[in-house]
Design a protein around this ligand. Sequence first.
Ligand SMILES: *Cc1c(COP(=O)(O)O)cnc(C)c1O
Length: 719
Amino acid sequence: MNVGDNVGEPSGSAQVALFRLEELAQNLWWSWTPGARSLFEAIDPTLWRLSHHNPVKLLLELKAERLEALAEDPAFVRQYSAVLKSFDAYMAGKNNWTATQHPGLSTNIVAYFSAEFGLHNSVPIYSGGLGILAGDHCKEASDLGLPIVGIGFMYPQGYFHQRITPDGWQEAEYEPFNRLESPCRQVLGPDGSPCRITVEIGNRQVYAAVWRIQAGRVPLYLIDADVPENEPSDRELSARLYGGNHETRLRQEILLGIGGVRVVRALGLSPGVWHVNEGHSAFLTLEQVRELVQAGQSHADAAEQVRRSTVFTTHTPVPAGHDVFPSYMIEHYFNGYWEQIGLSREAFLQLGQHPDMPGAGFNMTALAMRMAAHLNGVSREHSSVTRRMWKPLWPGLPEDLIPIRSVTNGVHVPTWIAPELNHLYSKYLGPDWADRSDDPAIWHRVTDIPDGELWAVRQHLKRKLMSFIRERARAGWVQSHLEPAQVLAAGTLLDPEALTIGFARRFATYKRATLIFRALHRLQHLLQDRWRPVQIVFAGKAHPADEPGRQFIHQIYTFCKDHRFGGQVVFLKNYDMHLAKFLVQGVDVWLNTPRPPMEASGTSGQKAALNGVPHLSVLDGWWHEGYDGANGWAIPLPNHPLETEQHDDHDAEHLYRILERDVVPLYYARDRDGIPRGWMQVVKDAIRTIAPRFCARRMVKEYTEFLYAPAASPGPRAW
Ligand SMILES: *Cc1c(COP(=O)(O)O)cnc(C)c1O
């Protein structure tokens, strides 16, 4: 099997000299490599900005003359050669961590299944935290030399674009994304025609094509049902991420789980470990059991073998995050399949049964918990909540012995670090700091950075955010004919000198985006202090079917347009990775107010802290283990359980108090050089204590040691 090559034949001399630019653009390695980013930016800084940092698009739109001029430019050619040299060295990957620390794993493929991957904006196949975590995981695996292969969906229409009507309602717009402008290529079969897999879904063969995306050394294979062989309704199957009803969702999950295993086989891969990242793909376990049973094994032996090599990560305690399908639907789609895996109808349905709610339907998390021997939650707190939730699956076992580990989420440092800070860290932490991002000793050197230098970079990043916001507002005014109030709501009145709070995430109601509006007079007082002004930047999408989430956006948008708030509360539409980078790098404080214990981990606060933006958050998710009393601020948990309303009052009261007494005074206490010394202390503590622990390097190493290595070893049961 080889991968389709859509690079044209080089024609002019410029194309010959620079012919590997296309190859660089097609591997997302460039996106987390400063030298490669600068190279593409140098080609045409304006096109680079207009393409939202997408080199594939940049190269498509570039005039031939420009390329010829660059080929004649010795400085550019030198830069180009240097980038290629490091690219080749990276791809060859000698002496990587896996090869030296886990030689047994370095040839043992881990098949990592996820319904979404957030790698870069030019590949819009993610909606939020889950996808970005999967993307960061793959990038870090690539950096560590871990042989992971990602399996997911190509959604031809991606996730929705968010529009806000003048009166503040979110509207979802779907449009096909241009795959020619995206670093993905169709996988071809041995005969050179596009590769196809088939899955029987509801008495019909559904065909799917496979696309490949390369993230450094890690390939992702994406299933795409939009092929001419399919009925129109089947072609729609993978059109959108999390679109459609319950039944569409089930059909998608059959395609992902069962179809995904068939993709792996069609590619000729034999993974030693299968990672089910969230329950959506859990059918992959059944398909493997089917293969073994068809080869002559008993169901029990086959299931045991599959369990041993399967890792399952659960990502949320929120009920809506766990798919439960009605039994009749499962019966309809799996009629006939259960015999192929050696089970009766009843035994099959039992695989997805929640022990406490046997009549509730087929629960994908229950299936995954039963079919994987290696389980984890995504923070210490979340793992203990998960053990409590699922303890009926281990009757008689004390809660703390339930084998659900914890691997706390982390972020891929090279992806999320601001280039200006990367530069500063190279100067003070050492040129190899990014290769040692999980080493606390490296980060201890943050204390050596002069306050003034770090403060200057922080100020610069805030101005960068403000000009980005202004340019987007201007584009909205010019191109979309926004009303004046919308242009203000989009942030044109923001002040680059004022203390800026950022709040950006999915608008799931448990994240309580509106908490800070609970006592309007107190908020107004904070915002309108003439000497110490505060402003708040919001962004986030609500799932189109989440009516309460849309209401929250509407409420906030109404405040954004309200004269009383002086243009100091703003809402930025279309939160995605591109905007997220500007926000986590550019604001002063990162706010998070989930209703505990709903936030399994959260990662945006980790991205912020890495960039010197302290976290102000409810003690939930990763912050439980990240907060040390000096590296940010924590809204404490109430001493005893409270009803919803009282709990919100309690948390809002603490939030105002922390802002009024701690955050605002500290930020505005300046010395004679205009530097907020006390503030810089918190900034440095945040970077020093959070970066080494909540980076993807630490995370992927833990996955490897605690989950992949045991799953790959053919020994006895892990527990
Ligand atoms: C990091 C990120 C998220 C996840 O943030 P949480 O803190 O988990 O809510 C969601 N969306 C985007 C675009 C992100 O970059």
